[in-house]
Design a protein around this ligand. Structure first.
Ligand code: SF4
Ligand code: SF4
Length: 443
């Protein structure tokens, strides 16, 4: 028996190929077992709304115990989980090797997979998780103007809420026809300087969000790498990383996307490239989620070993004595939010460390869930919860009266900016950390 220690816990493979995985009766038995342990523990009550929902169901039941909860209501807890993994990584003392063997996020994922296979997933959710297909369509010139105007139009948003279940007040990201992949000015002519801790050349997996919504983030990453004379290229063939489908429980779609992405990435990894993405959820997908689904796939594992968060790579570059520190512009006060999908990568606060290298820059770090997730906080039924979960983050980010607010997760950053906006419409300037570093370099 081992209960809690100073080490980050180990995630274990997802048993999604076993014959019991999709057996609903067995799933309900396991939900009952784990919910009962959680009821006796309640340590995770402040993390999200899944746990308060569970505890409310128990407390308001006839017996005050789990046997007073109708099993049909077990699904209400599943629906409130957006798989941030924080309960496993930061709270639970009963994760394996503890004999109680609690892996709450994997249990929620299994429940979502069962629900998906039963055909009970909403069309809206399937649509929102098709980030690549929607991005391709919405970023077509002319179409992009219509989509962006519609997303800002109050009447259209009421219609979208009524028909699609997308909350009318959720500010949606704009689409861009510029695209990142087709216009990226990658340059791989610098001499390769490998360090003790870092490969000397980088391949960028652009991600749907950077490609279709904010290509500027990708361009900033390219500029920073070029400034540091690191050869950089774009992964030649790319589909969605699969995280939105994973969060939906559509594991077969995840497997198909893996088949499309991994071969080209494995070739790059074997050729000595670091593979970098500027979206923490996508990095996590390749670093952790795919290896947990395909633990024996050599290509998946070689890609996982080559994956870096941008700031993880840059700070290791510094350790190798290969990072330029010729910053020209101070940033003043920066309120920086570290997203859950970066925290669970177990690599420390590399973005904060990099921002703190910039002279006359004071960083306030907020290490708490913002409550958005990729698509969860967009949905009508969860919008209020997402703003409620985010409230402490909005408050802590506001406290230093920052010159900039920033999050590695661009979606969380937009959600935080929305939550911080004053009644007069005033809001602090939001910039992605890569944009801040590019600005500080004066490039
Ligand atoms: S994975 Fe995240 S959202 Fe899901 S139950 Fe755990 S803490 Fe809550
Ligand atoms: S997941 Fe673990 S720490 Fe969280 S409430 Fe359940 S038993 Fe407690």
């Amino acid at each position: 028996m081992c209960e809690g220690n100073l080490e980050a816990p180990t995630r274990h493979p997802l048993d999604w190929k076993s014959k019991d995985f999709y057996d609903e009766a067995k799933l309900l038995d396991e939900l009952e077992r784990v919910y009962d342990v959680c009821h006796g523990c309640r340590r995770c009550v402040s993390l999200c709304t899944a746990f308060p929902s569970l505890f409310d169901l128990i407390d308001e039941g006839d017996t005050g115990e789990l046997d007073g909860v109708d099993k049909k209501d077990f699904w209400k807890v599943v629906d409130k989980c957006y798989l941030c993994d924080m309960c496993y990584v930061s709270k639970c003392p009963y994760v394996p090797p503890h004999e109680w063997n609690i892996d709450f996020p994997h249990l929620m994922l299994r429940a979502k997979a069962v629900k998906y296979r039963k055909g009970e997933t909403r069309i809206r959710d399937k649509l929102l998780s098709s980030t690549d297909a929607i991005g391709k369509l919405a970023s077509i010139p002319v179409v992009v103007n219509v989509v962006n105007a519609t997303n800002k139009n109050k009447v259209a948003r009421k219609v979208m809420q009524a028909t699609l279940g997308i909350h009318k007040d959720r500010e949606l990201p704009e689409y861009s026809s510029a695209g990142f992949r087709k216009n990226a000015s990658a340059q791989d002519t610098f001499p390769v300087k490998a360090g003790k801790n870092t490969p000397g050349k980088v391949a960028i997996f652009s991600t749907c969000y950077v490609n279709y919504n904010e290509p500027g983030i990708g361009n900033d990453l390219v500029s920073i790498l070029k400034h540091n004379e690191i050869p950089v290229k774009i992964v030649e063939k790319e589909a969605c990383c699969g995280m939105p489908k994973l969060e939906l429980g559509d594991l077969d779609a995840v497997a198909k996307l893996k088949e499309r992405n991994i071969p080209a990435m494995a070739r790059l990894a074997r050729a000595g490239y670091a593979i970098v993405t500027a979206v923490p959820s996508c990095t996590l997908m390749f670093k952790q989620e795919l290896p947990l689904m395909f633990p024996d796939d050599a290509d998946v594992n070689v890609v996982a070993a080559a994956m870096f968060d941008p700031f993880e790579y840059l700070m290791l570059r510094k350790r190798d004595g290969l990072l330029k520190l010729d910053f020209k512009k101070p940033l003043g006060k920066v309120s920086y939010h570290i997203p859950c999908h970066l925290r669970v990568q177990k690599m420390g606060q590399r973005t904060r460390e990099m921002l703190e290298l910039i002279p006359d820059t004071r960083v306030t770090t907020v290490e708490r869930c913002s409550g958005h997730d990729g698509t969860w906080g967009v949905k009508t039924e969860y919008f209020a919860d997402s703003m409620k979960i985010g409230r402490p983050v909005f408050r802590q980010m506001s406290a230093p009266e920052p010159d900039y607010i920033s999050s590695d997760c661009a979606i969380a950053g937009r959600h935080i900016a929305q939550g911080m906006r004053g009644k007069d419409g005033a809001e602090p300037q939001k910039q992605h950390p890569l944009a801040l570093v590019r600005m500080a370099y004066g490039i």
